[in-house]
Structures are given as C-alpha cells and as structure tokens.
Ligand binder design. Structure first.
Ligand code: GLC
Ligand code: CA
Length: 568
C-alpha cells in the first residue's frame, strides 16, 4: 500500500512556454515577456497551475538562451526586469506559479566569468571553467552534443589551452569543483527566488560533477555514436554531494518545486535524485520514452519501422513502479527539445489528428506523475517537416548536418535531414498558432522561425468556441484529474501488457477505482470490461459515444476513455 505525502507540486499541471515562440508583442518577430503578459488569461483558462519558462536571461542565443551571459538580467529581445516582475505578478494574481530554467552546467562564452577566465592562466576566474594546458598534449576525447566536430575540448590560443564544452563551443562547462562557482550559482538562485518565483527546472542536472582527472574513453566506445556517454557524463562522483549542498544552501528555505532534466539518468539511479530522504530534487525528466522512436544504432536517426506500443507501455510502467513508495515522477511527451506530440506519438493525418491528440492528453493527465504540457500541444499542433537545411534554426540540426558533409558522408547527411522531419527540435519550436490570419497571430513582423501553414485550420481562435476541440478537451481533462485524486495519487496497474494497440490501466486509491482505456491505433479494438467497471461512470471520453455490447466495449480509432467504478 502506497501512501505518498500530498503536496501541491504533485497535484500541479505544468504548462511549458518557449518564450521565443509564444507571442511577439512588438513586431520584431521574436516572442517576448509582454507577449506572455497579453496571454495570461488564456494560460489561466487552461486550468494549469504552474508555468515553466525556458531561459529568459541575457544570452547571445547560440542555443536560444541556453547559453547565458548574465544570469541576473533579462534577454533584451524578451524585455526588462520590470516586464518580468509584471508578468510574475500577473501569474500570481491568477493563481499560477512560475518556474524558471536554471542553466548552470555551462554559461555562455560571452559571460564575464569566461571572458576573464580565458584571458590568462592566473586570472582569478581561471578555475571557473575546465582548462587543459596544451603542453600536456591533447586532452582525453569527450563527445560534444552540438559541436561541428563532436569534440568537447576547444583549443583557445590566448592561453595555449583547451576548454571543455559538452554542448556548443559557445557553452563552456562551469567547474563545479570550485566552491566559488557553486556559491555564485546559489546566489543567483536566491536572486530569483527572492523575486518570488516558485522553483526551477534544472538543465542537465546530472552533468555537474565531472570524473577527474579526465580519463581516456576506450576507442570502441568512442566509435559508437555517442557510445556509453551517460557513464561519463551523468554519474560524476560528486554529483549528489553538489545537489545536496544546493538543497541545504538554497532550496530548503523555500516552498518551491524543482525538476531536473535527467538526461543520462538511468532507472537504477532514479531514486538517488528524488527520494525524500536524499534532500536533492522533487522530480526529474527521464529520457527513456524519448528513445523509443530513435534508431538504437544511431540516436540521431529515427528508428526504422517506428516505435512499438508494447515498449511504450513497458517504459512508462517501469518508471511508475520506481516511485511507488518513494519520490515522485514527472511525465511529458514533448518539449522544446522534441518534436510535436501528435505527430510523434499520435497520428497527425487529418482524420485522426484530433482524436489522437486528445488521447495523448488523456494519457498524460491520468498517470501517477506530475504532467507537463508543452505550448501548442493543447491545440494538437503538428510537425512542420522542413525540407531544406536552410529552413532550420537549431544549431544541433545545422552542426550535425555540417559535420556529416565535412566528413564527406553525403548519403548519411541526406538521411539525417530526412529523419529531422520527424525528430528535429525545431518541429517543436514553430510559433504558437493563435488564429488563421497572417503569421498565425504570433507576430506582426517576420517570425524568427517559419509558422506552420496549417495554422489556417489548427489555431486557438477556431478551437475556443468548439466544445469538441482539442483545446477544450484538454481543459476538461485537467478538471477531471483535479476532481479525482485517484488519477493523481492512485496506484497504477497495467492491464493487457502484450496488446499491440491498446494501452489499458487501472488507478486505485482506497475505494476509488478508475480504468483508463487508450486505443493507440486507427483500428477498432474490442475490450472485455472487468467486472467492477460494467456499471461504471464515464469520467471522460474523446468520442461522443461508446459502443458497448453487454460486457464488451468496441473502442474506435484513437478512442480514449476513463471509467470510474461505482463504490460498492
Ligand atoms: C538541455 C536543454 C536544451 C539545451 C541543452 C544545453 O538539454 O533542454 O534545450 O540545448 O540542455 O543547455
Ligand atoms: Ca518581440
């Protein structure tokens, strides 16, 4: 019997906003804080409790804000501190909390710390970053996720040394071994918390501690695309010491929520981050689900033949079980690093798009984990599927493509580009579709990234008055979750694990029992109702009818349904 302690962040529904793409208030083509302020009533109308904003700090935007040059100021394109304060107050007035992105594994190379650090070997900021003096020879190889050559060490002539950057050359890794760096991080966290924010999403939280001295990675591991990088990047010896220190020094003093990006975190390590007695984080995002449709031989490419529902069920069931007695989970199907959920996990053909988008919302909001909904997914926005490299903005796509060309691997480059139609991060970053007019109402200027032409059909204005729209379904589903604690806290039990089309599970909390039926296919699927659900109440149904004959229901294409057993 599980009995998790009730807390607000377990019951919260989080809405993620990519500020660059949400709403542009001044016609420069870039979303901004005043744009978010304009849309606060809309956000409130969704019924969400928390907004997570991608980074809004000063940044030269090599990686759209994930390269920060001043942690205490707002990116000029996004607005000012005064705009920020107005936005935060507007959220709080509406009962919405705000969590900010905390990006402290690395800074921008344009941050004052790094400008100093690269100046001389005895600069007081030298040890804010990792340096490898060239007289020691080449440093042991490390992969870089965004580098054109996949090399994480960059030679820097002024001091004849290499610096480490797990991401782009403009994102040098901060040296967490240095207590002054950690102090700076804790101070800047307090700076924002004291302004009243309600928590942090912590970027690549498992990467902070590096195994020192850097050792050579065996050739055969390097040869495999990214090889066993989690062993080298996400298990540093001082990682938990640092997270516990952060908790002690900052987090413990505030009633806030924290969610770490768990890139590289494997299931066996999950509890070490979030079990209550660890005093580290509340939740993190695991990546196992995001790997299901990637080629196991090469994660930069889609998996031939696509993903399988049986594996999908297995992954989400396994991650539920981990947090059964301790800790708490988070659940998401898309974000700014992923493509659009309906195109990826649903079916965006016109006849199935709405039903399958609603099905995915039913799933996210009926699991025992805090759900994160990404902007635009409430409308069932789809992948844009750029067909030329020039259309992309994301450095990850551009640099990897460049790398393949440089190596003369033209056929692979073409395959990669084709695969990006399914996997690229820019699919998830196209501007929000507010209405059918020019640029979908995102901007009066030229949008920084192309607007999906399907905004003429898929947009908020059109869905608003339609009670059967994806948008209104999401609102309803959020209300259903909130009205039925069994959907938040109830024990999860998977039914029919082998079924290839149907994802079915029960949730149980004391005497309350819910049955969730999700037909993840375009075929009809029959299902024999368990005895206690034969007279059940329908909590939600994404179709306007339920085909039932006696004890058997016949689920339609992408039908999603939650039944609540009548208490005996
Ligand atoms: C995380 C962010 C991603 C960013 C990277 C480097 O994975 O979610 O958007 O590019 O970290 O900061
Ligand atoms: Ca703007």
């Amino acid at each position: 019997m599980t009995n998790p302690k009730r807390t607000w962040w377990k019951e919260a529904v989080v809405y993620q906003i990519y500020p660059r793409s949400f709403r542009d208030s001044n016609g420069d083509g870039i979303g901004d804080l005043r744009g978010i302020i304009e849309k606060l009533d809309y956000i409130q109308s969704l019924g969400v409790d928390v907004v997570w904003l991608n980074p809004i700090y000063q940044s030269p935007n090599d990686d759209n804000g994930y390269d920060i040059s001043d942690y205490r100021d707002i990116m000029a394109q996004f607005g000012t501190i005064a705009d920020f304060e107005e936005m935060l107050a507007g959220m709080h007035q509406r009962g919405i909390k705000l969590i900010m992105d905390l990006v402290v594994n690395h800074s921008s190379d344009e941050h004052e710390w790094f400008r100093q650090s690269r100046r001389s070997r005895d600069n007081p900021y030298r040890d804010y970053y990792y340096w490898w003096p060239a007289e020691k020879g080449k440093p042991p190889y490390r992969w870089s996720f965004f580098d054109v050559n996949s090399e994480a060490w960059q030679f820097d002539p002024p001091t004849d040394a290499y610096y480490l950057h797990y991401f782009s050359v403009k994102q040098p890794d901060l040296n967490w071994e240095n207590p002054r760096v950690r102090r700076e991080v804790y101070d800047l966290m307090r700076f924002w918390l004291d302004k009243g924010i309600d928590g942090f999403r912590i970027d690549v939280a498992a990467f902070f501690s590096k195994e020192l001295p850097f050792r050579e990675i065996p050739e055969e591991e390097i040869a495999r695309q990214y090889g066993s990088w989690p062993d080298y990047y996400a298990k540093g010896p001082r990682l938990h010491e640092f997270l516990q220190e952060m908790h002690r020094e900052v987090l413990a003093d505030y009633d806030i929520m924290t969610v770490g990006e768990g890139s590289g975190v494997q299931i066996d390590d999950a509890l070490s981050f979030v079990a209550e007695d660890r005093r580290e984080l509340h939740m993190f995002f695991h990546f196992e689900g995001m790997g299901l449709d990637r080629d196991p031989q090469d994660p930069m490419l889609p998996r031939p033949g696509g993903w399988r529902l049986r594996e999908f069920k297995e992954v989400y069931s396994r991650w539920d079980a981990v947090f059964k007695a301790q800790g708490w989970g988070s659940i998401y199907l898309g974000n700014h690093d992923q493509s659009r959920v309906v195109s990826r996990w649903g079916d965006d053909r016109p006849e199935y798009r709405e039903a399958s988008a609603k099905l995915l919302h039913t799933f996210l909001l009926s699991m025992r984990a805090t759900p994160y909904i990404y902007y635009g997914d409430e409308l069932g926005m789809t992948n844009i599927r750029f067909d030329s490299i020039a259309a992309y903005d994301d450095l990850m796509t551009k640099n990897y493509y460049q790398q393949l060309l440089q190596k003369g691997r033209h056929a692979e480059a073409a395959r990669f580009l084709e695969g990006q139609k399914r996997l690229s991060r820019d699919n998830g970053r196209t501007p929000m579709q507010w209405h059918a007019g020019p640029h979908a109402g995102f901007t009066d200027g030229t949008p920084w990234l192309k607007v999906n032409p399907n905004h003429r059909e898929i947009n908020a204005e059109r869905q608003e008055p339609d009670e059967n729209s994806v948008l209104n379904y999401l609102r309803r589903m959020i209300r259903v979750r909130k009205a039925n604690p069994v959907l938040i806290y109830g024990d999860y039990h998977l039914l029919a694990p082998e079924h290839e089309q149907l994802y079915a599970y029960t949730r149980t909390l004391a005497k309350s029992r819910a049955l969730v039926l999700l037909n993840f296919s375009a075929q009809e699927v029959p299902f024999e109702l368990p005895a206690d659900f034969r007279e059940a109440e329908i909590l939600i149904n994404n179709r306007d009818f339920l085909a039932q004959e006696g004890t058997r229901v016949q689920l339609q294409a992408y039908q999603a349904l939650i039944l609540l057993a009548r208490e005996a």
